[in-house]
Write a protein that binds this ligand. Structure first.
Ligand code: DUC
Ligand code: ZN
Ligand code: ZN
Length: 475
């Protein structure tokens, strides 16, 4: 099944919601693209017709922060590109941007090639990569130039945390910002003061504090704030746009807000878990809370209040999942020593949690249904702006004539109870176990191909296409 062989399909009478539109119309999809939008479109018998009365017609979600088969320290995220992208599709996401890791022995271009080899035969939604750059020299900058000009990879992630593993120093980050910004791309930063955090971890362990709650206590929000401020100043000097991944706290956010008010092109995402949960989950020594060991950790209810405000008023522009799944159960699907690796030492728990399949529905429930986000803003945050910031728009992220026919039919009246056993990730838990949510993804089209139909999987491994990306569209 390829985009050109998908049967033309007419979606009849749905309520089309984009970042700026809200109206009832028909959508004709043909040759993988949105062909026509109008009223009472007439079609012949060769066109499949889907009645979408009472349903929302949304652009396929764009999730620009996911980790499939990512080697993180001594372990690997438990979703393959196959399981992770299938889960994405069931959650209404039709484009993902994963990561290609530059290792000490690998070049930037080698990292892209390696990630491509793993992803290509397996993915069932469209995809791209940010390259994680861990060291910078003249050759790396040449490769970055080549990747941007010839490989359609226009974003790069760098870490201010994890010294000795992923952390890049300020000069390296500055060099990348200067070059990538000048060429129209984006540097995404993980902002935490890594060396101070490592000291706090060492001191906690020396004091005999081994339980997962110390993960949160050794990664204080003020160190997220410090690094965010430093990253902004580096971007300002480099005259480059900058994007902060997984903003969790007001300590970080307040620097983003100030910088934006000063006219500095600073952009930022938060993730559903920072809106759904707070740090009260860490008030126990039970190892079960290793489920919530992600970086940054969950913060206070007051931080959530600030995140919601920023989402409404555009100080945060994206909600991405940071889907970074590790199993709790030893041996689940053959995965050994994932979260259990840190049973006696919280610093060994791999950092991350699943979430790729529940982003759209959980944000519809806690955002739209609870009156915190308009429908248009919801679409903007999960599809349109991530597509713009990472060079995918208008091919992805909206419903418009000529855009890819990536379309979700969403039932706003349905309810569902989330259970890990019903989800499609390899992960053996969901943070939302037992939670009742309003809204449900009913059908998902990828370039006009129906890949999800209720509980039925109609997609195919390898049908996802690599999407060469263009320049950042920040304004
Ligand atoms: N940062 C991420 O973005 N993902 C997983 C772990 C981390 O520290
Ligand atoms: Zn990170
Ligand atoms: Zn991540």
């Amino acid at each position: 099944m390829s985009s050109s062989t998908a049967q033309p399909t007419l979606i009849r009478n749905g309520r089309i919601i984009t970042a700026c539109d809200d109206y009832v119309a028909d959508v004709l999809m043909s040759h993988g693209l949105i062909h026509t939008i109008g009223h009472n479109i007439e079609v012949g018998p060769d066109v499949a017709v889907v009645d979408a009365t009472g349903l929302y017609v949304l652009p396929g979600g764009v999730d620009t922060h996911v980790h499939m088969e990512n080697v993180i320290g001594p372990t690997i995220t438990c979703d393959s590109f196959a399981s992770g992208t299938r889960a994405a599709a069931f959650g209404g996401t039709t484009t993902v941007v994963d990561f290609a890791l530059q290792t000490a022995t690998d070049s930037v271009l080698g990292a892209i090639a390696r990630a491509q080899r793993s992803a290509e035969p397996q993915v069932s939604v469209d995809y791209s990569f940010h390259v994680i750059v861990t060291h910078v020299d003249d050759q790396v900058l040449k490769d970055v130039h080549y990747a941007m000009q010839h490989e359609g990879v226009t974003s790069f992630k760098m870490f201010m945390a994890y010294p000795g593993v992923m952390m890049a120093d300020d000069a390296a980050i500055f060099r990348m910002l200067r070059q990538v910004g000048a060429e129209g791309g984006m540097v995404a930063l993980h902002a935490e003061n890594g060396t101070v955090i490592d000291l706090l971890i060492k001191e906690a362990l020396e004091a005999g504090h081994t339980s997962p709650r110390y993960h949160a206590m050794t990664r204080p929000a003020i160190m997220e704030g410090e690094a965010t401020h430093r990253g902004i100043r580096l971007a300002e000097l480099a005259q480059a746009p900058i994007y902060f991944v997984h903003v969790s706290s007001n300590e970080a956010l307040k620097h983003v807000v100030t910088a934006r008010a000063e006219g500095i092109p600073v952009f930022a995402e938060t993730c559903p878990h920072y809106l759904l949960f707070d740090d009260s989950v860490y008030n126990t020594d039970d190892f079960e809370i290793a489920k919530y060991v992600m970086t940054p950790p969950l913060r206070k209810p007051d931080d959530q209040k600030h995140l919601w405000r920023a989402l409404r008023y555009d100080d945060l522009q994206v909600i991405a999942t940071d889907h970074c799944p590790f199993c709790m159960k030893e041996g689940h699907l053959g995965y050994r020593m994932q979260k259990m690796r840190g049973k006696d030492d919280f610093s060994l728990i791999p950092n991350g949690a699943p979430g790729i399949e529940t982003r759209m529905v959980s944000l519809f429930d806690i955002g739209v249904m609870q009156g915190k986000l308009s429908l248009n803003r919801f679409v903007e945050l999960i599809a349109t702006t991530p597509a713009k910031l990472f060079g995918l728009f208008p091919k992805k992220g909206t419903i418009a004539v000529g855009s890819d026919a990536d379309v979700v039919l969403f039932d706003p009246k349905a309810t569902q109870t989330i259970r890990a056993k019903d989800l499609h990730s390899n992960c053996d838990y969901t943070l939302l176990e037992g939670r009742e949510l309003r809204g449900r993804v009913e059908k998902v089209f990828l370039r006009g191909n129906l890949i999800v139909d209720g509980a039925r999987w109609l997609g195919r491994e390898g049908m996802g296409k690599f999407v060469p990306r263009g320049e950042v569209r920040a304004f």
